[in-house]
Design a protein around this ligand. Structure first.
Ligand SMILES: N[C@@H](CCC(=O)N[C@@H](CS)C(=O)NCC(=O)O)C(=O)O
Length: 260
């Protein structure tokens, strides 16, 4: 009887480009996903259907296996639909080689994820709350006074606290060689921290320049430069795919550019 050894590799439902769905016109939280896909040279589409695609995806009732999603960023890959920035990164990282080998070192993913989550908490969510301290459902103009107080506290206390934490991570034995946060090679936590520092430099130029000059967070700023110089990231940053900061997480308001 002839054997049935397949001559061609079977195509799987996952042999398709990644599809990111995010609000067009701002880097926002979608940028963390873009940077991971760009660094890996992965094939992906980015909200080709514009705002309508975002709205349709949010309103979608889901199916037998995928629950409805609440908010972008959203990743569709084959039959999978998932949301939440850090959850998407957790899915992508082993597939894209943005974490140490999960077969040889299964715990590394969770160590790296702790770092990514901490950066997203303190250097992405908290900056967002600087311009929307009362509610993200209200206009900035309706919460200006509170935004000023929140920003003052953020640049004086929270921002240095989080940067100092990442400086300690970089100085720790677990960071390994080179400018990276964990295990001596680039992981998605480095890409997340890059984007956070980049956005904060745009949002709080006075405070970040002062912090950089003080020299207490040399490793963090070096990591920002090192990620920006990676060939695929550098090419992406120059490309039209990299959107300008505007009304997303990182916004520039002169009155919030506190000189600490
Ligand atoms: N924790 C979520 C937050 C998602 C989120 O707040 N998405 C924003 C855009 S960046 C949104 O459209 N939110 C709608 C809402 O909160 O009503 C994540 O990290 O993905």
């Amino acid at each position: 009887m002839a054997s049935e050894i397949p001559t061609k590799r079977q195509r799987s439902a996952k042999d398709v480009p990644y599809n990111l769905v995010y609000w067009p016109g701002i880097p926002g939280r979608g940028e963390h996903i873009r940077l991971a896909l760009e660094e890996a040279g992965a094939e992906y589409t980015d909200t080709e259907g514009g705002v309508d695609e975002v709205l349709t995806t949010i309103k979608d009732p889901g199916d037998e296996i995928n629950p409805p999603v609440f908010a972008p960023p959203i990743l569709k890959h084959g039959e999978l639909t998932i949301s939440q920035t850090s959850n998407i990164l957790l899915y992508l990282a082993p597939r894209l080689g943005l974490v140490q080998d999960v077969d040889q070192n299964p715990d590394a993913l969770y160590r790296v994820n702790s770092l990514a989550l901490t950066a997203l908490d303190g250097l992405s969510n908290e900056p967002h709350d600087c311009h929307h301290p009362i509610s993200s459902g209200l206009y900035y103009e309706d919460q200006k006074e509170e935004s000023k107080r929140r920003s003052e506290d953020y640049v004086k206390n929270r921002l240095p606290k989080f940067l100092s934490y990442f400086e300690r991570v970089l100085a720790s034995k677990s960071s390994g060689d080179g400018p990276w946060l964990h295990g001596g090679s680039l992981t998605y936590a480095d890409l997340v921290l890059f984007q956070c520092v980049d956005g904060l430099k745009f949002m709080f130029p006075k405070a970040t320049a002062k912090l950089e000059k003080e020299g207490k967070h040399v490793g963090v700023f070096a990591l920002h430069r090192a990620v920006g110089e990676r060939p695929r990231i550098a090419a992406y940053l120059k490309s039209p795919r990299r959107q300008k900061y505007s009304d997303g997480i990182y916004r520039y308001y002169e009155e919030l550019d506190i000189d600490p």
